[in-house]
Design a protein. Structure first.
Lengths: 261, 405
């Protein structure tokens, strides 16, 4: 499988590039959307939550503390949810070429993961600029984001491909997942500080890998600390397990998939 | 040497009690499923290097499923496909094209999808640009292309690299007449260079002119595998097959299968060609007079009877056909047991070559109404030129020459 991926590297790379290029080519503001999208999201949350609910983020001072906290969390969350969403829809979306052309199908989710990672790196670059403008310094610890991103993508891909295979046969998956993701989003301290969660629930919420991801992003970006190695190691093992399972499922379902698509 | 071998291919689509049962079936062996719809039964055939094989069959006969299995996108339920070399399938042109990207970017991406590296894809680009003949549009987004331009580009990309096996599914009827010629030419060049061709089409002319063998798929099995013309005759008979229709085939002395079909109220006893001396013949001289005799026997009473014949050339293309309705002698209300003999006398205004003759007995002015009996390849004959001036072509239209200088 790895060898066929290598043989099709040109296809994978041009597809990622096309996907990236496409997002700008037909919109008037072009590349500016890359900044405007996350910025608007941050501004909405910042406006509602910091003014109306008067949220306070412990351990960070300054007027823009909350916005920075939000951006750090969203960077991690966006990567996770984008990879998951893309992988879940990839087989149905490409039904036509899957049915009519013979090529390694594993390239399809790889393209989606690559595109999502590229988007996320662009977002990171934009955020670094915004942090600079807001007067929030960055540190070497931000480099750990580069290490975490592949792990997050791997975990999300493992879950996403599994759901993607199921989605070919049971299309409800695609409908249910936005609700599940919505729940997951609000059960993760992204727009609110983890400190606000009552003790008895905190232990449970911590079990969620997304909780760990977002916390690690907070550590690296907001608090300038390298995230705990053990938490990352656990995430990595979890990601490998999810990927292994999803590939196993994918191989088993491969023959059936073309019949149904 | 066969480059493509299908060994006992069967394909069935399984319906499970629910999709959850299907998902369970990936993990547990031999789960029960509710019912199975078998599309292909035990398909066996081989195609040699450089051979061109036409595949015909009615809609739903299983052609597309077979092609997908041969192209490698679909797995057979049982059986195996052996392939030597690269298979390119023109199953549907222009899929995977991204409307917002330029023709060039799409060509590169599609070449990648076909498994080629950057260097190979870039090397093929000038050839693709040349062949598609879309000019400056090549660097414009596909969404502003006309559908004809899209198809030209798609065909150019799909055939930019010569495959060992080319599978073409009705994709040839693309673009204008000029481009159709061009695409046919390219396929012929591939063949000349040794590419094996599998062509699925309803177009008789395409199959007869490109293929040296044809396979008829009917209800998921190979009904016939042989000379394209004989296969197409049987295919046409099957299309016309309705309730009460009988289709039978006998193999003639020349080894080609003769197809007879019809509802059976009337039968053709004998079809012969008689020369001007009244002797049976199958070698006709250009310009000579000849008589076609068709003996008919009625097995059941019929409201009307029209006898028609059609002369076809070596490729099965119609050369001339008419019937007793158009000749002003339709018959009405005939009794069972009656015997009739029809004689059509005409001049052999045909070019040199071999021809076949089909005969039909039907009720109305065309065979589309009630068709009692239809016989393809009822006889074959050869036209020779012994006493006329030399000429080429399929018809004999001798001119008077007048020279002015």
């Amino acid at each position: 499988m790895l060898r066929s991926l290598w043989e099709y590297r040109f296809f994978v790379l041009t597809s990622i590039w096309n996907d990236f290029y496409m997002r700008f080519v037909r919109s008037k503001l072009g590349g500016a959307w890359l900044i405007l999208h996350p910025l608007s999201q941050v501004m909405i949350y910042a406006f509602i939550l910091s003014n109306l609910l008067a949220s306070r983020i412990p351990g960070i001072s300054g007027t823009y503390g909350y916005a920075i906290y939000l951006m750090a969390g969203l960077l991690g969350w966006n990567l996770f949810s984008e990879v998951l969403d893309r992988c879940m829809k990839v087989f149905v979306k490409n039904a036509n070429i899957i049915k009519k052309m013979s090529f390694p199908r594993i390239t399809l989710p790889i393209i989606e993961i690559g595109s999502a990672l590229l988007n996320n790196m662009m977002l990171l670059a934009v955020m670094v600029v915004i942090f600079f403008l807001l007067g929030h310094g960055i540190d070497w610890s931000i480099l750990s984001v580069l290490l975490m991103a592949p792990v997050v993508a791997l975990l999300a891909a493992g879950i996403g491909i599994t759901l993607g295979v199921l989605n070919v046969f049971i299309r409800d998956v695609e409908q249910v997942m936005p609700i599940v993701l919505q729940l997951l989003f609000w059960f993760t301290p992204i727009v609110y500080p983890a400190g606000g969660i009552p003790e008895q629930y905190l232990a449970w919420l911590r079990l969620s890998p997304v909780f760990q991801i977002v916390t690690a992003y907070h550590e690296a970006i907001v608090y300038h600390r390298f995230p705990s190695f053990s938490a990352l190691a656990v995430l990595f093992v979890l990601a490998l397990a999810a990927c292994a399972f999803s590939l196993f499922l994918f191989r088993r379902a491969n023959a059936d998939m073309v019949d149904v698509l | 040497m066969s480059v493509l071998r299908a060994e006992g291919i069967s394909k069935s689509f399984r319906a499970h009690r629910s999709e959850w049962h299907r998902i369970l079936s990936w993990f547990l062996p031999a789960r029960r499923f509710r019912h199975e719809k078998q599309i292909l039964h035990d398909i066996d055939f081989q195609v040699g290097a450089g051979e061109a094989v036409g595949i015909v069959g009615q809609n739903g006969a299983g052609k597309s499923t077979l092609l997908k299995i041969l192209a490698g996108t679909m797995q057979p339920t049982s059986g195996k496909v052996h392939v030597d070399g690269r298979v390119a399938a023109l199953l549907e042109l222009g899929m995977g094209f991204n409307p917002d990207m330029t023709g060039r970017a799409n060509a590169l991406n599609t070449a990648g999808l076909m498994g080629f590296s950057r260097a190979q894809a870039e090397a093929a680009i000038p050839g693709i640009e040349d062949f598609a003949e879309i000019g400056d549009y090549f660097d414009q987004p596909i969404r502003i292309y006309s559908s004809g331009m899209q198809v030209r580009l798609a065909f150019a990309v799909a055939t930019a690299f010569r495959p060992e096996i080319l599978i073409v599914d009705e994709a040839l009827s693309v673009g204008d007449a000029y481009f159709q010629h061009k695409s046919f030419d390219r396929i012929r060049q591939f063949r000349a260079a040794g590419t094996t061709l599998l062509l699925v089409s309803h177009d008789r002319a395409a199959i007869v002119s490109l293929c040296d063998r044809a396979i008829l798929i009917d209800k998921g099995t190979i009904r016939m595998d042989g000379h394209p013309e004989s296969v197409l005759d049987l295919y046409n008979a099957i299309i016309a097959e309705k309730e009460g229709y009988m289709v039978s085939q006998t193999v003639g002395e020349d080894g080609r299968a003769r197809t007879t079909s019809g509802t059976g109220e009337a039968a053709i006893d004998k079809v012969v060609l008689l020369d001007d001396a009244g002797a049976e013949t199958d070698i006709l001289k250009v310009g000579a007079q000849v008589t076609l005799r068709v003996d008919v026997r009625l097995l059941r009473p019929v409201p009307g009877l029209v006898v028609g014949y059609m002369i076809k050339d070596r490729l099965g293309q119609p050369v001339f056909g008419t019937n007793t309705y158009h000749l002003g002698k339709p018959l009405k209300a005939l009794e069972a047991g009656e015997k009739l003999s029809f004689r059509f006398t005409f001049d052999v205004n045909l070019g040199e070559g071999s021809y076949s003759l089909a005969v039909a007995l039907h009720e109305g002015d065309t065979h589309l109404g009630r068709n009692y009996c239809w016989q393809d390849l009822a006889l074959t004959f050869t036209v020779v030129n012994t006493d006329q001036s030399r000429f080429v072509g399929i018809s004999w239209a001798p001119p008077e020459l007048e020279l002015v200088r």
